[in-house]
Design a protein around this ligand. Structure first.
Ligand code: F6R
Length: 369
């Protein structure tokens, strides 16, 4: 059942091109428009939304953080992301023109379910992104968009994360389309890029040998830091979460711009710092800022592991290890940049002799608050 892989997690990482393709399947019309037919909210409900909240836990929360950048950029609707365990206790301002998007792989996470119930009590519209047919969260939501990732067995979420990103992009584009913020040809251009990501993922997965070697090298590190900006920031958080949960190592993700406000003092001779570099196209300013952050940490002794778009050779000078990923538009880049971090965490855990699929103290679905 592990399909020849040592762990379910490795199989699920390898399944990602197919999972992404399956989640896109049937959702794009011949004219390149987004069709979300399982969504039982009317277009009018979606047009009326004047505020979006995204609520989730753990890895699903990181998908929500990425979604915020895409949804606000494409729709111009204010969008906030919140941890489900915090959401209802602070009495958020919700009404019938609020769209609450809950994201859950299992559909059974108690914190997320409680947040969803609170949102419904306050008359908000609730749209679930879920990987498990007929589970509690989609049943109680006004609408659902299923990710077609297939069952995820390993405790650490991988393919579910990538398919959640795809679902979020589809919802963002759909909202932009029906609200008239994006023209059909603009939507179609993004859709075309989304459709090419399974192929890019296959290419990327085929060139992970260096990452495996690096993992064996890092297995004794006492701490690993991750930095990124823009959509690279949630990717940094996700890389750190994976490493903590699988390898039981101290790992932390930061917004690269925050380093100078405190965390940079953690950096010592040889501290590994994984840096997620945005594409030089489109977001050139952000990329240049990340590159100067890399120089800053390196000047203080960090060993830099740089994830950057292939062909972006100017970062080579600052990278102790360079991990190239296929060229992808900025907002979609987490579909690529997350993958080496999944492999890194998985391989470090394996090198430390740990149970990759079932890390200690964790359960696949967390049904307590
Ligand atoms: C991390 C991980 C967890 C889950 C979180 C939410 O690898 O798997 O952080 O993402 O417990 O679970 P779902 O998405 O099922 O609500």
């Amino acid at each position: 059942e592990k399909g020849g892989y040592d762990y379910f997690m490795l199989k699920e990482i390898a399944d990602q091109p197919q999972a992404v393709a399956d989640t896109l399947l049937g959702r794009l019309s011949d004219r390149g428009e987004i069709v979300l037919d399982e969504v039982r909210l009317t277009d009018q409900d979606l047009r009326d939304a004047d505020k979006v909240f995204i609520v989730a836990c753990g890895t699903s929360y990181h998908a929500g953080m990425v979604a915020k950048y895409a949804i606000e950029h494409w729709t111009r609707i204010p969008c906030e992301v919140e941890l489900a365990s915090e959401f209802r206790y602070r009495d958020p301002i919700l009404d019938r023109s609020t769209l609450v998007i809950v994201i859950s792989q299992s559909g059974e996470t108690m914190d997320t379910l409680m947040a969803l119930r609170h949102a419904k009590e306050q008359k908000a519209r609730v749209l679930a992104i879920c990987n498990t047919n007929g589970s509690t969260i989609p049943r109680e939501s006004d609408a659902v968009l299923y990710t077609h990732g297939g069952p995820e067995i390993a405790v650490a979420s991988t393919k579910a994360f990538l398919t959640q990103l795809v679902a979020c992009y589809l919802i963002g584009l759909h909202l932009a389309q029906i609200r008239g913020v994006m023209y059909a040809d603009e939507v179609a251009a993004v859709v075309e890029k989304l459709q090419s990501t399974p192929d890019s993922l296959r290419t990327l997965l085929g060139q992970m040998e260096d990452v495996r070697a690096l993992a064996r090298d890092l297995k004794t590190a006492s701490t690993v830091l991750f930095i990124g900006r823009h959509v690279g920031y949630p990717v940094a958080l996700e890389g750190a979460l994976k490493l903590k949960e699988l390898a039981y190592m101290h790992a932390e993700g930061f917004a690269a711009g925050e380093l100078k406000h405190g965390p940079i003092s953690l950096i010592d001779e040889g501290t590994p710092v994984v840096c997620v570099v945005p594409s030089p196209a489109g977001r050139g300013v952000i990329r240049d800022k990340v590159v100067s952050n890399i120089q800053e940490v390196r000047a203080r002794g960090a060993r830099t592991i740089v994830i950057a778009e292939e062909g972006d050779d100017s970062v080579r000078a600052y990278a102790d290890h360079l991990i190239p990923v296929p060229k992808t538009p900025t907002l979609l880049a987490p579909l690529m940049t997350t993958v080496p971090l999944q492999i890194l965490a998985c391989e470090i855990a394996a090198a430390r002799g740990l149970d990759v699929d079932q890390p200690r103290n964790l359960a696949k679905s967390v049904t307590v608050e």
